[in-house]
Write a protein of this length. Structure first.
Length: 220
């Protein structure tokens, strides 16, 4: 199962790149996102970032709509957009040139540069890679119905995460179709595309098209 950080992400495309290097699997980073943000924030260049309230840093060339809600432990990087009605509960890193769109909700996430959650998305306890994109209404489900710990599974391997809450780990350039649900513990390899209205679970390899659970085919 190629679900390691080095399999999924180009770490040069996130302000959290150095932080992520200390872990093998991306979900191992979830517990420390808040502490990382609160440690990094005060070190950001004062001529490039404003601390708009305690624990929230926004690049001066980012765009944040007045109607957006900003919780605690948030960094919004250069050129990012946080649009009308976005709900950034925090902790959250919104990468360079990325988009948190109307009515999107972010909770305990790292959004890499140029990634997009542009319309009515919930992204919780998740990491989205460089240029990853979630179609309108697509969400990450981060809690199992029986409240048990999340396990990442492939056809022949399973990894116990020890986490009660874990959403999805999307590799660089992943495309998720509209109104899809990524179940707890979903890991999607780089460049893979997910059809709209999909219900995705477990590990999906890189460079594939997910049509349904029984129809996952290589990219042409």
């Amino acid at each position: 199962m190629q679900a390691r950080i080095t399999d999924l992400y180009d770490l040069s495309h996130s302000i959290a790149g150095d932080y992520l290097t200390q872990f093998e699997y991306p979900w191992e980073a979830l517990a420390g996102i808040k502490d990382f943000i609160l440690a990094l924030g005060p070190t950001l260049p004062a001529d490039e970032f404003d601390e708009v309230k305690e624990g929230v840093w926004i690049a001066r060339d980012a765009t944040v709509f007045d109607s957006a809600y900003l919780g605690e432990a948030i960094i919004i990087d250069h050129g990012a957009q946080v649009r009308h009605g976005a709900f950034l509960r925090g902790p959250a890193i919104v990468g360079k040139g990325s988009v948190a769109g109307n009515s999107a909700e972010l909770k305990n996430v790292i959004i890499f540069d140029n990634a997009e959650v542009p319309h009515y998305n919930y992204v919780g306890d998740s990491i989205l890679g460089y240029h990853a994109h979630m179609g309108a209404g697509a969400i990450t489900s981060n809690l199992k119905s029986d409240r048990s710990d999340v396990v990442v599974k492939s056809a022949d391997e399973r990894i116990e995460t020890g986490l009660r809450k874990m959403g999805a780990m999307l590799g660089d350039w992943v495309e998720v179709g509209c109104n899809s649900v990524l179940n707890p513990g979903t890991v999607i390899g780089r460049h893979t595309r997910v059809y709209p209205l999909s219900r995705v679970r477990g590990f999906i390899p890189a460079d594939h098209i997910y049509k349904d659970a029984d129809n996952i085919v290589p990219l042409a």
